[in-house]
Design a protein around this ligand. Structure first.
Ligand code: MN
Length: 195
């Protein structure tokens, strides 16, 4: 039997302080994500989904109303894994040239990303995606994910309140600034654009 297992964080739980506290990371990864994994494994037990990849579960359950719970839990696992992979402590990586070429400057990129992330009403994610040969910034709500819409994820920011409330309370904009200025792993971004 195939079960989805928890993915490890690529850094220690205190590595992202002061921008994301150890308490937030432990709760976010150790409780919220763990619950999605637990839920999904229960939902797919004794179904054909037991033997396919997480990505296939997402794309096959998308747009099927009676499989909404499966989609939501699977997409949340994928979205969180992607989010945590895209962060790094004390990143000194170079901004990829593709970002400058597509958005005009890193400042324009940050402004556009921040505008999207702060205007997303309710829960969801702000993404940098590749759509055809163009890089663009989009929002998805709740558990929705670009891989259900034939877009390639490059970077994402979780703006569900659980991602920042312990550290920033209601100040989502400050969390977005910390992400853009101190946490993005630009090597991860470059690899995703080029692969
Ligand atoms: Mn989250």
């Amino acid at each position: 039997m195939f079960t989805i297992t928890q993915f490890p964080l690529p850094y220690a739980t205190d590595a992202l302080t002061p921008y994301i506290s150890q308490e937030t990371l432990q709760t976010h990864h150790g409780k919220h994500v763990a619950t999605y994994i637990d839920n999904l494994n229960k939902l797919i037990k004794n179904t054909p989904y037991e033997s396919v990849s997480l990505q296939d579960i997402i794309t096959e359950s998308a747009n099927k109303p009676d499989e909404k719970k499966i989609f939501n839990n699977a997409a949340q696992i994928y979205n969180h894994n992607f989010f945590f992979q895209g962060l790094c402590p004390n990143c000194m990586a170079k901004i990829p040239q593709e970002i400058i070429d597509n958005f005009g400057s890193i400042e324009n990129f940050k402004t556009e990303f921040k505008t999207a992330a702060t205007s997303l009403f309710g829960s969801g994610y702000t993404w940098l995606v590749q759509d055809g040969d163009k890089l663009k910034i989009i929002n998805t709500t709740n558990a929705d994910t670009p891989i259900a819409h034939n877009m390639k994820p490059i970077l994402n920011l979780d703006v569900w309140e659980h991602a920042y409330y312990l550290d920033y309370k209601n100040r989502r904009a400050d969390f977005v600034d910390s992400f853009l200025n101190n946490l993005v792993d630009w090597n991860f971004v470059a690899e995703n654009i080029r692969n």
